[in-house]
Design a binder for this molecule. Structure first.
Ligand code: NAD
Length: 248
């Protein structure tokens, strides 16, 4: 029997990277997964009748979230993955970049939780997982001002939900990955005008004691644990998965 047998899991930003790997890992463990993303075409690659249901959903659109959640059955697990990276210092950051990052990275999670939590409360159980980062309350990373501000807020939201709903059987944890090999990371490396992509990759690897990037599948395994009843006594946690980066 799979570790998530019979559980209904909702995953945002699931077309690529850690969202996609988590959907596949959840389904592999017997869950019924409702996967969404703004990129429906790519998301359709992982659609699987009776197991993985895919939908287009922009998590910055509150009305669309309400409509989407209304179609869902009881939800056991919500994995809020959506997030974007805009680089730069506090002096570089524009109001537009600040608002966009906060909307995609934090407000989306607030809205997803606010719409799905009532279903969990009705069932008396649920596990919410939010994607934070070590670039957050944990580490001060060079030129990541608005990004790490948003990811620190994700940690705060996680602890707040954990504290408020533990008595009702709801758990809420966040994952703080280090540098993970995903399409957006590779795109950032390729588009860095100031550094050759090979040098840039070496620089990212050098800051990690494990001397390599993490994989989306490694993070998905942590998500399976937090989604499953194996972690039933675990809530409010900041689960670091970073090859030792935050140790230095
Ligand atoms: P990715 O960045 O490669 O893919 C992100 C997905 O999000 C894409 O499929 C995209 O279409 C979708 N998306 C973007 N805006 C959306 C929106 N408004 N609504 C719905 N979907 C939207 O994936 P990744 O690198 O695995 O990152 C996933 C999460 O992990 C993000 O929150 C990111 O900040 C966080 N994270 C990434 C790393 C890393 O090194 N890759 C490290 C720490 C944290």
């Amino acid at each position: 029997m799979g570790r998530l047998e019979g559980k209904v899991c909702v995953v945002t930003a699931a077309a690529q990277g850690m969202g996609r790997a988590s959907v596949l890992a959840f389904a592999e463990e017997g869950a019924i997964v409702y996967a969404s993303d703004i990129n429906l075409e790519k998301l359709k690659e992982i659609e699987k009748p009776g197991s993985i249901f895919v939908s287009k959903l922009d998590v910055t659109d509150r009305a669309a979230i309400d409509k989407y959640v209304a179609t869902l059955p009881n939800v056991d697990v919500l994995f809020n993955v959506a997030g974007i990276v805009i680089t730069g210092s506090v002096l570089d950051c524009t109001d537009k970049e600040w608002d966009l990052t906060m909307n995609v990275n934090v407000k989306s999670m607030f809205h997803m939780i606010q719409t799905i939590l009532p279903k969990m409360l009705e069932a008396g159980k649920g596990s919410i997982i939010n994607m934070s980062s070590v670039a957050s309350n944990r580490l001060g990373v060079y030129l990541r001002c608005v990004y790490q501000t948003s990811k620190a807020a994700v940690t705060g939201l996680t602890k707040s939900v954990a504290a408020d709903y533990i008595k009702e059987g709801i758990r809420c944890n966040c994952i703080q990955p280090g540098t993970i090999d995903t399409p957006s990371l590779n795109a950032r490396i390729a588009s860095n005008a100031k550094m050759d992509p090979i040098e840039s990759k070496k620089m990212f690897e050098a800051r990690t004691p494990a001397k390599r990037f993490g994989t989306a599948e490694e993070v998905a395994k942590l998500a399976v644990y937090l989604a499953s009843d194996e972690s039933v006594y675990v809530t409010g946690g900041e689960h670091v998965i970073d090859g030792g980066w935050s140790l230095i």
